[in-house]
Design a binder for this molecule. Structure first.
Ligand code: GUN
Ligand code: ZN
Length: 485
């Protein structure tokens, strides 16, 4: 067991409740600030919880604020994998820096990242790992894109070697992009899930996935008979749900590729558990919506199909939700169903412009890459595109709103905010070390910034995997950027 002290600039987002809990521990900060024996250089910079920043919360009524510590330190224990404490560098060093000198205390390792920014690991709430092999396929919109590229690639994932190899590559790519947790689509082959969870267990990442349920309107070799698909999911829940850091999501692909019987059985399975997730797609593309209407002429609309089958609820995340009526927003609100906004995908497939503030006014929204329709695994690039999508609707997304979303906000949407999403003591120590000047252009641009807000906005607009120096999972370093040269 080693205590690690990461000396760095710290940025994360806190709820009012988190702040109240922290207030009980502020004596150290205050003592340090008033300690005249400290020189200026040793003085901790003042912790800034900026209550003037207004953030739209993912959970209605829960106020959230940024906390930035210019001269901070994050203390983690690699045995428990949890945050021990965080605060000003001076106070953390005086409390924990000498621990190893005392009899029976754990050794302490200091990491000097003082020129870098540490943030909680990013969370991606909708991504298809097998589609990493067909990302950036030209020219088509959703239904043709699925038939001509996606299904062709997904057909390979019954092969253990392909599934193992792709899961390893994909999870490493997530870490290289600073993403430490994700809600993931595998394929309809149970092997694809097995390969993914095996690798996620090895890395000790907190991940959610499940076998994709499809029993109609897809190539025969990808369809699994109705009951067999449900049995596969049941077996996967029995083996993997809440084993270590893994969770299972029941995963009907969308209303088009499941028979009514399968959706019904899916709903029954979902309701038989308290904490199993459900993920699917909703109202992404106008032809898709028309097809659902043809298949379900007696339902009020697309969302009503899922509602009727019992698929909605607080553990449900629906990707896209671009084209919705007011009554559909009300159903999302009344059931607690969450929407994953996928900006690069919506632009790439020409699906439409997501109304972020309207959707947030009804229910929880997370932000996601949706690779392979999405064009980047970087949550920073995803935010950059989200900003542009909102600009077209006269609703500019601030850097704090975006960075809150991809950390604590996405954790809240997935009901994982008791475990991950910020640096509150005892949370799991998943975090990223960010080089704000990670490219020559960013380094130059940063010299022209006059405030933290400006710097964070540049990070959001220009940042990608090149700014991710290191990714730490449960207190253990799992990715380090290769040194150029
Ligand atoms: N709708 C059903 N399947 C998919 C998929 O794989 N990607 C996207 N973007 N939309 C879908
Ligand atoms: Zn998707």
């Amino acid at each position: 067991m080693t205590i690690h002290i990461y000396q760095a600039q710290l940025l994360h987002y806190l709820t009012e409740e988190n702040l109240a809990a922290r207030a009980k521990h502020t004596h150290v900060e205050t003592a340090d600030l008033t300690n005249d024996s400290l020189t200026n250089a040793e003085r901790p910079s003042i912790t800034v919880v900026d209550k003037n920043v207004t953030l739209l919360p993912v959970v209605a009524g829960v106020k959230v604020y940024p906390e930035y510590i210019a001269n901070g330190a994050l203390v983690v224990d690699d045995a428990t994998g949890r945050v021990v404490d965080y605060g000003s560098c001076a106070s953390m060093m005086s409390q924990y820096g000498n621990a190893s000198r005392q009899e029976g205390q754990a050794p302490v390792q200091i990491h000097d990242c003082q020129d870098q920014l540490i943030m909680p690991g990013f969370i991606d709430t909708h991504v298809h790992y097998p589609q990493i092999d067909m990302i950036a396929a030209f020219g088509e919109q959703l239904l043709d894109w699925l038939n001509n590229y996606t299904f062709v690639t997904e057909a390979n994932f019954g092969d253990t070697k392909i599934a193992d190899d792709t899961a390893k590559f994909f999870l490493n790519q997530l870490l290289a992009n600073g993403t430490t947790s994700a809600l993931v689509f595998s394929t309809s082959h149970p092997q694809s899930v097995e390969s993914f969870f095996n690798e996620s267990c090895r890395l000790n990442t907190r991940m959610i996935t499940g076998n994709v349920l499809m029993d109609q309107n897809a190539p025969e070799h990808l369809c699994v008979p109705t009951e067999q698909g449900i049995r596969d999911t049941q077996n996967i829940i029995d083996k993997w749900h809440e084993r270590g850091r893994q969770h299972v999501a029941i995963t009907p692909r969308f209303a088009i590729t499941s028979t009514p019987k399968q959706l019904q059985m899916t709903g029954e399975l979902y309701r038989s558990y308290d904490s199993v997730y459900l993920q699917t797609h909703l109202a992404e593309n106008l032809d898709e919506i028309a097809f659902v209407r043809e298949l379900y002429p007696n339902h009020k609309g697309y969302l009503d199909v899922y509602h009727d089958m019992g698929l909605l609820g607080r553990y449900t995340t629906l990707a896209h939700g671009i084209h919705l009526s007011t009554s559909e927003y009300e159903v999302l609100r009344d059931t607690g169903t969450q929407i994953a906004h996928c900006p690069t995908s919506n632009l790439f497939l020409g699906s439409g412009l997501f109304d972020l503030s309207k959707t947030l006014s009804y229910t929880g929204v997370s932000i996601a890459t949706d690779v392979g329709a999405g064009t980047s695994l970087s949550m920073l690039t995803t935010l950059s595109e989200a900003y542009k999508v909102q600009q077209l609707q006269s609703n500019p997304l601030s850097a704090h709103q975006g960075l809150y979303q991809i950390t604590l906000g996405n954790a809240q949407s997935l009901l994982l905010d008791d475990k991950i999403g910020n640096f509150m003591p005892n949370k799991e120590a998943d975090f990223v070390v960010i080089d704000m000047g990670g490219t020559d252009l960013m380094e130059r641009r940063m010299t022209q910034t006059k405030s933290l807000d400006e710097q964070l906005f540049v990070l959001m607009m220009l940042g990608d995997d090149r700014v991710i120096e290191e990714t730490i999972i449960a207190g253990v370093s799992r990715y380090k950027k290769a040194v150029a040269g």
